[in-house]
Design a protein around this ligand. Sequence first.
Ligand SMILES: [Zn+2]
Length: 302
Amino acid sequence: MGLDTIVKNGLMVTESGVLPAGQDIGISKEKISLIGYDLPENPETKIIDAQGAYITPGGVDSHVHLAQRNAPTGDTWETGTRSAVAGGTTTVLAFVSQTKEMTTLFPVLEEYHGKSRNQSYCDYGFHFILTNPTETILNQELPVIAKEEGITSVKLYMTYDLYQLSDKQLLETLLACRSLGLTTMIHAENGDMINFLIQGLERNANTAPFFHAISGPKIAEDEASYRAIRIAELVDAPVLLVHVSSDGAMKHIRDAQTRLLPIHAETCPHYLFLLSDRLANEEHDHFHGAKGGLLASTSSSP
Ligand SMILES: [Zn+2]
């Protein structure tokens, strides 16, 4: 049998786990036809050396906002996951979001299952956004969410009026998550700094899209990242700082990692390739720059 391509030396991840090393993937007619040891090759077989790499059935996007009630998106579950699959992503982790008036997590979890159930083209899971982490939620509901609902991560915000937590709430939630072994993602920007700047900009009618970048300066992320790290350090909890976009925040993360603290971070490609000048684009009309929107701002993203 002629295999067109063999992928060798990688560590294969399937839905049941990581396969023992040494197995190769055989591809014929653009489809995986064999997985096993010492696959037959002929002179025409193309060999791909995947030494040192994991091979997954598709991409896993661990940070996806879809159809949230307090952060609406253009995409529905159907269109968003269809795009994901078209781009090679076969698993997405989206968000269930508590809103501040909710004193229990279960109804909203069911509501978000209702949006995604039978609508998704790919595998998915949820992170829980906590905006009102009461004692009952942290001590009684979160353990059930973690153990019975398969949700093993929460996301916390230090900005946006609809989401923002106090330092005390961050401490209490991080401690609860640590005891349950949950991963905590933190959006680290100083919400009061940003609101203060927005008020001044609005007072002076500076409301064009470009001013979105001015309202979210690097110092707001710098300060909140440092605070998030020290808050996590106090309760000895691991943290993932999400969509990091500034050198100041990077420096705090590096310093923390150098001290061997369990501080992790992620960025987004658009922070590396788009700058706020995109927001100033008024080529066609005043709001043309808005198309750069969240992508181009210095440090804003849900
Ligand atoms: Zn996000």
